[in-house]
Design a protein around this ligand. Structure first.
Ligand code: ZN
Ligand code: ZN
Length: 420
């Protein structure tokens, strides 16, 4: 048997899955849940995995769910989907659009929508696991289906690892994941090496010495200090980063003071960093600290600045051998529908799981846009204007062929290891 023949047998069951899968997708879309609150979604996942014959572990790292299905000797393949939605007010106009609201981690009531398409990922993985469970004669080994909370906050994958994931599952040989993207539905994109950027957010608190606006000589003005730092930080990319290397450093927030004639005690900067190598990341984070500490010193601050890192996402650095194996299986089964993909500036925490388990991984893109609408926008040179991207209130993957393609991709990629 080859991957192609096993895949065509397993995927022969797609017709029996499609109806409940589409219904489940609309249901998840209508009932999105914020990061760390994915209780309803996790319940649906656990029920469906149990029905398919998986051993199910719930409440891993909060709301995470892991299903394990052993089927004789062979490799262990981990397939991952994320489950959380975003604090976005959906504006798609779909019949199954979300009108949900929830209380976020700060206690504010916010609208909630699956504006990143994680409902697609959940529906596809449940479909793929069901198909594999129903065709045990076509593969051998173990499937680990992992449903992760809180991808959007960057801490869901790590939460599952820290909660003892490694003790719940057999050691995987490979970890696989996908993300729906603003590309024509039915298309798949693979890439070896750095694929999604590493991201860090940092909050910097600067301590000056406040006083009357008319007597600056008796103060250490944190507003001027913050302004100096913002300008000086521009040199981290322009003067310290090699021209061929991609990195972005943005100061997105600067807050200080309450009145025109009061010099405040403190100023707070918030910045965001994206890059494609751990080495660059460490170098830039060190440069930021060096510059901020030196500027505080130059201003004679009475107290050291404080640095707080948050919203941290690891680099997604696809293993070349695993990517090649998936890309060849995709080419055999999907032909032209599978293409090489460029690096994406978005970030993901998926790789925290394979990195913690010490296993290779690959992560591919799945198109979700109505192909006719995409090609019309492309012909008009209006892709940026007319094709809503992930996190947009108008992000609305077409149900088909997106769900079919995402389900098929997971099955084919898993069989690249599990087919006899
Ligand atoms: Zn997202
Ligand atoms: Zn996402």
């Amino acid at each position: 048997m080859t991957v192609t023949s096993s895949a065509s047998s397993v995927l022969g069951g797609l017709d029996t899955v499609r109806e409940w899968q589409e219904e489940l997708y609309r249901d998840l879309h209508r009932h999105p849940e914020l990061s760390h609150q994915e209780r309803r979604t996790a319940g649906k996942v656990a029920e469906r995995l149990g029905k398919a014959g998986f051993d199910v572990h719930q409440f891993v790292g909060g709301t995470g769910v892991v299903g394990v299905l052993g089927n004789g000797d062979g490799p262990t393949v981990l397939l991952r989907a994320d489950m959380d939605a975003l604090p976005v007010r959906e504006a798609t106009g779909l019949a199954y659009a979300s009108t949900a609201t929830a209380t976020d981690s700060r206690g504010d009531e916010v609208p909630v929508a699956h504006a990143c398409g994680h409902d697609v990922h959940v529906a596809c993985l449940l479909g793929a696991t069901t198909l594999l469970a129903e065709a045990p004669g076509q593969w051998s080994g173990t499937v680990v289906a992992l449903f992760q909370p809180a991808e959007e906050t960057g801490d869901g994958a790590r939460g599952m690892v820290d909660d003892g994931l490694a003790d719940l599952i057999p050691a995987p040989d490979v970890a696989l994941a996908q993300h729906v993207l603003p590309a024509p539905a039915g298309q798949l994109g693979t890439r070896a090496g750095p694929t999604l950027s590493a991201a860090d957010s940092m909050r910097i608190t600067l301590h000056g010495h406040g006083g009357h606006g008319s007597m600056p000589h008796a103060t250490v003005d944190p507003v001027v200090l913050a302004a100096m730092i913002v300008i000086r930080l521009q040199t981290v990319i322009s003067r310290e980063t090699p021209p061929g290397e991609t990195a972005v450093l943005t100061v997105g927030s600067i807050q200080a003071g309450t009145a025109s004639n009061v010099i405040p005690d403190t100023a707070v900067l918030q910045l965001n960093l994206r890059c494609y190598s751990e080495q660059t990341r460490r170098r830039i984070l060190d440069a930021i600290r060096r510059i901020v500490i030196a500027e505080c010193d130059a201003s004679a601050c009475p107290q050291e600045p404080e640095f707080e890192l948050f919203g941290r996402f690891p680099l997604t650095n696809n293993d070349p051998a695993a990517t090649d194996r998936v890309a060849r299986a995709f080419a055999d089964v999907f032909g032209e529908r599978s293409q090489p993909m460029g690096p994406q500036t978005a970030s993901e925490d998926f790789s925290d799981i394979p990195s913690a388990l010490g296993v290779p991984y690959t992560y591919w893109g799945l198109g979700g846009v109505d192909p006719d609408a995409y090609h019309r926008a492309e012909a008009a040179g209006r892709i940026n204007q007319d094709v809503p991207v992930n996190h947009s209130p108008k992000f609305a993957p077409v149900i088909q062929p997106t769900l079919d393609a995402g389900t098929e991709a997971l099955v084919v990629a898993a069989l690249a290891w599990l087919a006899p």
